[in-house]
Design a protein around this ligand. Structure first.
Ligand code: 6PG
Length: 268
């Protein structure tokens, strides 16, 4: 049974602090090993506090941004300058405040011919980037699933993560790493990492908080459940660590039903 580390802070600020420390240590280890760290940042509102913290002088000095490559684990299908764009939120809250080289910032393409084409372009670009890491004159295996050093994800009240929404065919997709989706309840189409790409990562961290997410967290961790109904259940890294960082409010309902095996809880 795959282990999932459940890190419980008193509040969102504590959860954000833990993820910031984790990102510092994970990126340092990756850079020491390979002079590079590829991170996929999550969208939505919750991570904004994390990005604001990482952008502060004390924290931004703790990450070697020159060796960081920044991606997005999902994006709204709008221009990157659109106020709804996750890229714009990430850029304004973090990337504009750190010394990350422009070539290391990888926004999701959203201006192409269509949603499917742009999703395919993003997948191809990611595979090309990762192929550079392994190409030492050898033939590049484009079938290889890129292994992100760290993927940050969120959790919606309905159990969606990234833009993997309940009932979406992307939740059970096995032939693609990136998909274009048109969620019936989301105001815009989306481009999202699929479980195939997420689960290949070395390190997946879900940051979520608040009482509104208590039901989704319970369904995520329940012993029984269907990933097509609760897409966060599709996150099961095959050869990497999986951590859910949350607060006491989100844990309010975890005693309501039997939970899956493999959960290791840490109170911080
Ligand atoms: C998005 C995110 C989405 C988000 C959850 C949680 O583009 O909005 O990809 O999956 O992580 O909806 O959002 P909040 O953190 O704002 O609650």
């Amino acid at each position: 049974m795959q282990r999932v580390d459940l890190v419980v802070a008193s509040d969102l600020a504590g959860a954000v602090q833990w993820v910031a420390e984790h990102l510092v240590s994970a990126s340092s280890a990756a850079i020491d090993a390979r002079a590079r760290c590829r991170i996929a940042f999550s969208g939505g509102g919750t991570p904004r506090d994390l990005y604001d913290l990482l952008a502060t002088p004390l924290w931004r000095a703790r990450v070697d941004w020159e060796y960081i490559d920044a991606y997005l684990s999902d994006e709204r299908y709008v221009p990157s300058t659109d106020p709804r764009a996750n890229y714009r939120m990430l850029r304004e809250s973090l990337l504009d405040h750190v010394l990350i080289p422009v070539r290391n910032v990888h926004p999701v393409p959203t201006g192409g011919a269509c949603l499917a084409d742009d999703a395919a372009r993003y997948e191809a670009a990611i595979k090309e980037d990762f192929a550079e890491d392994t190409a030492s004159g050898s033939a590049v295996d484009r079938r290889a699933i890129p292994r992100f050093d760290l993927i940050l994800m969120g959790l919606g009240p309905d159990g969606h993560t990234g833009s993997l929404f309940p009932g979406s065919p992307a939740v059970t997709m096995t032939d693609r790493c990136v998909a274009g989706v048109e969620p019936p309840d989301a105001p815009t189409p989306r481009i999202t990492f699929t479980p195939k790409l997420i689960n290949a990562a070395a390190d997946v961290v879900v940051l979520t908080a608040g009482t509104l997410k208590a039901g989704a967290l319970l369904r995520t961790l329940a012993a029984e459940g269907d990933p097509t109904e609760t897409p966060s259940r599709a996150i099961q890294p095959t050869h990497g660590s999986y951590t859910i960082v949350t607060d006491l409010e989100s844990c309010e309902r975890l005693d309501a039903m039997p939970l899956r095996d493999g959960i290791v809880t840490t109170r911080v």
